[in-house]
Design a protein around this ligand. Structure first.
Ligand code: ADP
Length: 442
């Protein structure tokens, strides 16, 4: 097949030859050639105009037709290119509509958000779970429609690694977990799942543990009372009975500690967070805990030092913070051999406030570290029991820190020691004006 441009060259050559012959015949060859050239240019001009008209509005016009030459080829290529892109568009449209059908059928709410937080698309479940109106609410900022404060601050925080637990808007009996996944340029995918059943089961488990712990309290108090009376009769008891009474006292004390920890844990898991917020004098609290830790250490004579900034207080709940800090400090005493070093630090920097306790104790093998904050997870159960641990200390620490928007960091090396650090956000710090020295090292 000949190329379009060679056809056009032949055509021009023939036209010029014909014009020359006709020009010679009529006596004006130059005029005839000029007219022929003008005609050729006008023809090109006409084809260009047709192309330009089509390009102005390619959707509503067919590609112009030309049978021969370069223009024929150009129009042919354009026609084929247009058909290909129409097929591609159709394929994409089918894919998109299939995806939308699948996403609409999902039981989870799916919402596509633009960079400014406005809704671009939402599926049917978003109507049921988030109360969105799929015709009216498209284009509206989602924070204007789902107005729970925890959702609005989650959306604004831009820290989406952990999902948000919340009640469905206007539906007290529907619990949701909301996840936001950023993608593209500033866009976000919001997925909300109905977890009502799971939440109910979790509540039942929590209530069961709380109730059973509560029920065990009275019998344990009665048994402890009787055991104390028995122990008072020491002189009248045989050696064997004395041993039995002492062992029973030890075990009931363990059970009482367990019940106290379980009740505390269930209270911080269920209780409202902000009702008891106050300014907490952390430096004084740490000094007092250090005294208790020294008492717990007793004859083991650990070397417990304090390095604290007295000007830093914290917004929070005093009882909960005391429990978290003392659990970490008492653990350091429990898991550090006699005479070992324990260092308690409290300071603030531009990242926030930090509490850390480092010990020169037995350390923790790295594989156990991710699971330490699970209830009853112990590296060495026998040792923990022998040292008076309940297995709930770090679970309590984790929950208290969560309620204070803080994070726990654990670093440890076997047989060399561990450092537990609690990192509190800057917003929780309360700065105190100090009259005397602000830094204390004991
Ligand atoms: P427990 O009451 O058994 O101490 P925790 O929840 O406080 O329970 O701690 C869980 C486990 O983590 C402990 O049983 C112990 O194995 C390990 N652990 C905690 N703190 C330390 C520490 N400072 N040094 C070494 N191991 C520790």
């Amino acid at each position: 097949m000949r190329k379009g441009w060679t056809t056009d060259l032949w055509r021009l050559a023939l036209l010029l030859i014909a014009a020359t012959l006709v020009g010679i015949a009529v006596g004006y060859p130059l005029v005839a050639i000029l007219i022929a050239q003008m005609g050729f240019i006008l023809w090109h001009f006409r084809e260009q105009r047709r192309l330009e008209q089509w390009l102005q509005n390619p959707e509503s016009h067919n590609v112009p037709e030309a049978e021969y030459g370069l223009w024929g080829e150009i129009f042919d290529l354009l026609y084929r290119w247009r058909q290909r892109s129409q097929r591609r568009e159709q394929k994409l449209e089918t894919l998109l509509s299939r995806f939308q059908q699948a996403a609409s059928a999902l039981p989870d709410a799916v919402v596509i958000l633009r960079g400014d937080g406005a809704i671009e698309w939402a599926n049917k479940s978003a109507q049921r779970l988030l109360g969105l109106n799929l015709t009216k609410d498209i284009g509206q900022p989602i924070a204007n429609l789902v107005r729970q404060p925890e959702f609005v601050s989650y959306l604004r925080a831009r820290e989406y690694s952990t999902p948000l637990q919340m009640l469905a808007p206007g539906r007290e009996n529907l619990s949701l977990t909301v996840r936001i996944v950023p993608y593209g340029i500033g866009q976000k995918l919001l997925v909300a799942r109905d977890v009502t059943r799971l939440k109910r089961l979790e509540d039942m488990r929590r209530d069961f543990v709380a109730n059973i712990s509560h029920e065990m309290r009275t019998p344990l108090t009665v048994i402890t009372g009787y055991l104390e009376s028995l122990a008072d009769l020491e002189d009248t008891l045989s050696e064997e009975s004395r041993k039995s009474v002492s062992q029973m006292q030890e075990q009931t004390a363990r059970m009482q500690n367990l019940v106290t920890d379980l009740l505390f844990l269930s209270r911080i898991e269920t209780g409202p967070r902000t009702s008891t917020w106050e300014s907490v004098a952390v430096p004084a609290m740490l000094s007092a805990i250090r005294e208790d830790a020294q008492a717990l250490s007793g004859d083991e004579k650990h070397n417990i030092t304090l390095d604290i900034d007295n000007s830093i207080w914290l917004r929070g709940n005093e009882t909960e913070l005391r429990s978290a800090f003392s659990n970490l400090i008492f653990n350091a005493v429990r898991y550090t051999p006699a005479g070992g070093d324990i260092e308690i630090k409290w300071w603030a920097d531009d990242q926030g406030a930090h509490f850390s306790v480092s010990d020169s104790g037995i350390g923790i093998p790295i594989k156990h570290i991710p699971r330490l904050t699970e209830r009853f997870y112990r590296v060495d159960t026998a040792r923990s029991r022998e040292r008076g641990g309940t297995g709930l200390g770090l679970a309590i620490v984790k929950h208290v820190l969560q309620r204070h928007d803080a994070r726990l960091e654990i670093e440890s090396a076997e047989n060399r020691g561990s450092t537990f650090t609690c990192n509190f956000p800057t917003e929780m710090i309360v700065h105190q004006e100090l009259k005397a020295e602000s830094k204390v090292a004991t």
